[in-house]
Structure formats: C-alpha cells, structure tokens
Design a protein around this ligand. Structure first.
Ligand SMILES: *[C@@H]1O[C@H](CO)[C@@H](O)[C@H](O)[C@H]1NC(C)=O
Length: 673
C-alpha cells in the first residue's frame, strides 16, 4: 500500500507536515503563486476589458428567468439555463454575436456561481464564424465538473460569432446546460505558411492539469494524469490519481480516478515496459511502483522500490527490466543510488555498483535538486547511458551488482537541469541535447545544443557542439519526428516553477541534416513546468499541460496538436499522405525482417518507440531509421537492428515517408527479443 505521508492541509503548510517530502523552498514557491482574494486569472482580467454591451446571444432553449443574454451581461450572478420545465434533451447550444469581426484567441467561460452545479458543461465544442455560415472549431474536450472559471486559449482566429455546443452535463445529473458568463480575449494572427512553420490545431480541453502522459500503442489513446487532485499535488494525498484519456479516433476526452493502487502518481519516474504499458515509480507515494496494462486498461500496484524516490528518472532496459537512479524530491534526500526492477519476478534489487554521486549536478538547491530527472538511455550490453542533466556523463552497467564508468563530459555545456535529450537516430547512437539550466530554478536557461554520439560501452561518448537554439529554454519538451527532425516546444528562458513568466511560445524544429533550428508557429498557451509533449501515431505532436499549483494562475488543463511542416504542400494545403496498406507482422523479433506495403511509392522508413513523459524526461522515445533490404513494387522489406540495446523491445510506430518527406499514419508493431 502507498504510504500516505501528507498530514497537512493543502497550502496551509506547517513545518510539521513537511516531513521528508517537500522542501521549504518548494513551499515558498507555491505560496508565492497562490492567488490573493479578489485576484483573477490573467485571461479573465483581459476578457473583462472587452465591451460586451452590443453583443447578442441566442440559445437552442432557455428556462424563463435564465435567458441566453444572462451569459453575456457581465454579471456572474445571472446565468443562462437550458429549458428544464419541461426538460429538453442534450445537446444544447448558445451562439454569441459580437457584432464585429475580431481576432480572438481565448474563451473565458464562467459556470453558474449560485452554489448549484446543474448544467455544468462536460463534453463540448467551441466554434467561431465570420459569417454565421462557415464555422471553425477552435476548441473541444471535457471540462472538470466544478464552478471554477474555464479559460480556453486557442489559435488566434477571426470571428464575429462564437458558439458553444454542450454535449454532456459534467456530472451527468441531468440534461441541462448552464453558463453564467462568456468572455473572449483577442490576439494577433500568425503569419507564415504552414509549409514553413507548421500549424497548431484546436485546443483540447481536459478536466485535469496534465503533468504526465503516455501514448498507448494498443489503444492509440493519449493517457494523462495529474495527482490525487485534478489541479493540485500538495495536501493530504489520498493515494489516488486523477486521470484523463484522449482518443484521437473519437476526439473524446474522458476522466477517471485510479484508486485501486493507492499510488498518487505525481512526480514519478515513468517509462513504457516491453509490452507498451507505463511503469510508474515513486513520486507523491515515494516507494510505490505501478504498472498499466494497455489491454485491460487497468493499473496494478507492484513491489516497492528499496529506496523511496520522487523526481528520479527510470528507463526500460533491453531485457525488459527497469533501472532507476536519483530522486531526492521525495522519500528523503541523498543516497539515491541505482536499483533495478525485474517485472517478471516483481522484485527491486539494489545495485551497489551504480552510485548516484557521479551524476549529481551542482544545483543551488543542493541534493534535493541535484539528482533529479536523469537523462537515461538503455543501450547495448545491458548498459544505461546517462547523458545529463549533469555536465558529467556516465555509463551504468546493469549486470550483476552494477557498475559505473565516466562517459566523459558534455564539453561546452553547463549542467542542464530540465533540458531535453532526444535519441533521434539510435542506429548511429545520436542524441540531441538542448537547453536546461545550471540550477533547477531562477537562473537563466541556455540555448545550448549538442550532439552526443555513443558507441560500445563503456567507451566515452563523442560530443559535438552545434548551432544553438534561437530561444533559451528549460522545462521545454523535445520530440523526435519520423524523419529525424526534433521538435523543441515550450519552456521558459528563466525557469520558475508555477510561473508563466518568460514562457517561450515559439517552438523550434531541429534538422539533423542542416543541424540548425527553425522557429515554428507559436502555440496558444504557455507550456512550462509540468508540461508534456509526445509524438502521436498520426505524426502530429501533442503539447499540453503545465502547472498543478492549486489556487494559482498557471494550471493548464489543455493541449494542442502540432502538425509539422511535413504535413503540408508548398502552397500550405494539407499534403496527401502515403498509406501503409499492409504490414506483414504485428510482433517482430530484433534482427528479423517484416514487410510494409504502401499505397504509393515510399522512399524513407523509420520506427519510433511509443513514449511516456513527465518533467521533461522521456526515456522511451528513440527513432530507428530503416533502409529497405528488398523492394518489390510498393512492398518494402525492413530488417530490425539485431541489438536489443539499440531497438529496445516494446511497442513502436512504423512510419513510411514519400519523396516529399510526407509521413504516413503509423502502424504499430511490438518489438521483442
Ligand atoms: C443548436 O440547437 C438547435 C435546437 O436544438 C438545433 O436546431 C441546432 O442544429 C443546434 N446547432 C448546432 C450547431 O448544433
């Protein structure tokens, strides 16, 4: 069972409740960002500045005394309510005419504030129009069933009309819809062709602040979670986890609470096992291990770690075991040496030969921060390569009682806490390392970029300094694309947890051929501390979340899908995508071949491991470029590398690309050894 250590009430934290969990520094950081009485979210303040006196509203129905105009009268004590006497079925809708076209980039929706929840909106779609005929969806998803103001940032879009389509009542109490107030924010249009800078899709609303995420190969779903509460991790943890899934095939966002494990899966280690299910370690429930079964969609509690941890990274090895090191954020500080988990025996074993000391950063926050978020890569011969965030790099050998050897220094870099390390070409042993900062917070992040090349362990890694990013960032996420480009998204130029100041809205795309970064279209929301980004099987990138600070201004319960330039023609239209019409096997052993048949000629192939991420760490993703070993028409024989240290067993997305570089939607294979 999880050990429930939080004997303190949320945000009225006393010295006694700190126990060995939260440092005084974090408490200070959290206290500083709590909203004062009367203070409102920045988007709310902005929306209030807009004159709504000429606006009109119509709805599919209303109850006498609760007309649609009550949702735009600037008062949150009046509200629109769909007719309930007699009751009408869902869905319901309300349309606002703002009387003039404006470039709007956000919706501020206040649920009824009279202490009753009837009519709170759950599943919904937000659409806008300039002519009341052609409508564009700017946002959709599911709101949390509470009375808090819902702020929905989206791509700046010209609009005169705005409508909200409510599909469900958030608490399933009835078939009603109610809204106390609707406001909008305005912004500037993005210029530039999607062929050059890509394009962001509608904002997807989640009922939780996204902090951790994984893409599950068996379902194609994005699985995300926060902590024991939807928007907060401090307080008396009840050993449960608020979870939300997004299904790309239905575009539905669902919510549920995992309570059977007793594991509050906040600030955990995270990786996908050799079947594609997340393994989660430590965090708020510091000794715990949980495993998700993608087939049954259930979580199960596993054996405790020997050393309680939070903020450690862990990585799935070529033999299916899981290695972890570090993690002084919870479960006590210091001495967080390595251990390994055997999921078959369900047993953790200490590795005295894998000390944490060589991978510590020189963080101003001391060991509490110095052993956080290791950049761990499973590699050949049961070695793990630790690429950072310390400027010192190490090999950890996971055989016997473990071993450690220096792998050299990331020459030209500093300690790069909360930077990103992305294995964009595992066949060549190439990792791109970017950004981060010398201490966890309150120091400038860097623009640094390096290629780290690893070979046979334990020989030292080769480090090449490449052209820097255009923007300094820590707390960003890095995602490898099917063509080997690396998308760097979000982050702050000066990392400060729970603040959106100095957020970098403009992502960058690194090209492995030119070894340069190109600025991409700006995203709608700040994606900083606790934000996540993951490659989807349709070759878009999900970027979302950030925050989780309770009554603060920086909880981000949303995300957006980015379509990289490769999904567009030079004129900016959607490119025609190659289609994988057949694949010869769904399970492929390392070193063996399978074939992919495409509808039209393909010129490039790669497989990318399905991935999970939290706190900038993603130890799963790795791209394996594959050159066909035989071609017959549009049937291509692909042969996997024979070393499971290179093609680490688990679920992979298989992509085919055409001569224009346009990727297919992926098929999924399970790689075994
Ligand atoms: C809004 O509701 C009305 C009445 O039910 C319906 O006729 C209309 O189609 C709805 N609009 C949309 C866009 O769903």
């Amino acid at each position: 069972m999880a050990i429930l250590r939080y004997a303190c009430v949320a945000l009225s934290l006393t010295a006694g409740c700190l126990a060995d969990m939260l440092s005084a520094r974090l408490i200070e950081e959290l206290a500083r960002v709590q909203m004062k009485p009367g203070e409102v979210l920045p988007m709310v303040a902005e929306a209030r500045k807009l004159d709504k006196s000429q606006w009109t509203a119509t709805a599919d129905s209303f109850q006498s005394g609760n007309p649609p105009s009550a949702a735009i009268d600037g008062s949150t004590s009046t509200f629109w309510h769909s007719q309930y006497n007699p009751n009408l079925p869902l869905p319901h809708n309300i349309t606002i005419d703002m009387q003039q076209v404006m470039n709007i980039n956000g919706l501020v929706l206040t649920p009824r504030q009279d202490g009753t929840s009837n009519g709170n909106i759950g599943q919904h779609t937000v659409q806008v129009s300039t002519d009341n005929k052609v409508w564009t969806t700017v946002s959709y998803g599911t709101f949390l069933d509470d009375s808090e103001v819902k702020t929905v940032p989206f791509v700046t879009t010209p609009a005169r009309w705005l409508r909200i389509l409510a599909a469900t009542e958030a608490g399933n109490r009835g078939t009603w819809t109610s809204i106390a107030d609707i406001g909008v924010t305005t912004g500037t249009l993005t210029t530039g062709s999607p062929a050059a800078i890509g394009s962001w899709g509608p904002t997807v609303e989640f009922p939780i602040t996204l902090v951790s995420g994984a893409v599950i190969g068996s379902t194609g779903q994005l699985l995300t979670w926060s902590s024991f509460l939807p928007n907060q991790f401090t307080g008396s943890s009840t050993g449960q986890t608020f979870t939300s899934t997004y299904d790309p095939s239905t575009k539905l966002v669902t919510q549920y609470v995992i309570s059977n494990t007793g594991h509050d899966m906040f600030c955990t280690g995270l990786s996908l096992d050799n079947q594609g299910g997340p393994i989660v370690t430590g965090g708020n429930s510091a000794p715990d291990t949980s495993r998700y079964n993608g087939g049954s969609k259930t979580w199960a509690l596993q054996a405790n770690m020997n050393i309680a941890r939070g903020y450690q990274a862990h990585v799935t090895l070529s033999d299916g075991r899981v290695f972890t090191v570090g993690g002084s954020w919870s479960g006590g500080q210091g001495g967080k040496n390595g251990e390994v988990y055997d999921p078959v025996a369900n047993k953790w074993t200490l590795l005295p030969g894998c000390p944490v000391a060589p991978m510590l950063t020189a963080d101003a926050g001391g060991v509490y921060r110095a052993d956080n978020h290791g950049w761990l890569f499973a590699w050949k011969n049961n070695y793990v390569f630790q690429a950072g965030p310390s400027v010192a790099m190490n090999w950890y050998g996971i055989s016997g009682t473990g071993s450690q050897a220096s792998a050299g220094s990331r020459t030209g870099d500093t300690d790069a806490m909360c930077g990103d390390a992305v294995m964009y070409d595992a066949v060549a042993g190439n990792i791109l390392a970017v950004g981060g900062s010398s201490s966890y917070s309150n120091v400038p992040a860097t623009t640094n970029a390096h290629i780290i090349t690893i070979g046979t362990p334990p020989t030292a890694a080769k480090v090449t300094t490449v052209a820097s990013m255009q923007y300094a960032r820590a707390f960003a996420n890095g995602v490898v694309l099917p063509n080997g480009q690396v998308f760097i998204v979000g982050g702050q130029s000066t990392p400060v947890p729970f603040s959106d100041d100095t957020a970098q809205f403009t992502p960058e795309l690194w090209d492995p051929t030119t070894q340069k970064f190109t600025a991409m279209a700006p995203q709608a929301a700040a994606r900083v501390y606790h934000s996540i980004a993951l490659l989807m099987p349709d070759a878009t990138v999900f970027s979302g979340g950030g925050g989780l600070c309770g009554n603060c201004a920086t909880n981000h319960r949303d995300g957006q899908f980015f379509s990289p330039p490769y999904l567009f023609t030079s004129s900016g239209a959607r490119a025609t995508r190659p289609v994988i019409s057949a694949i010869s096997a769904t399970t492929v052993k390392v070193g063996t071949s399978f074939s992919v048949t495409t509808g039209s000629a393909a010129t490039q192939f790669s497989i990318i491991r399905y991935a999970s991420t939290t706190h900038t760490v993603n130890t799963d993703q790795r791209r394996i470029p594959l050159t066909p070993t035989a071609i017959s028409g549009t049937k291509y024989t692909l042969t996997l590398p024979s070393d499971p240290g290179v093609v680490v067993p688990g679920q992979y997305m298989v992509f085919a690309m055409n001569s224009n570089g346009v990727p297919s939607v992926a098929k999924t294979i399970l790689v075994t050894n």
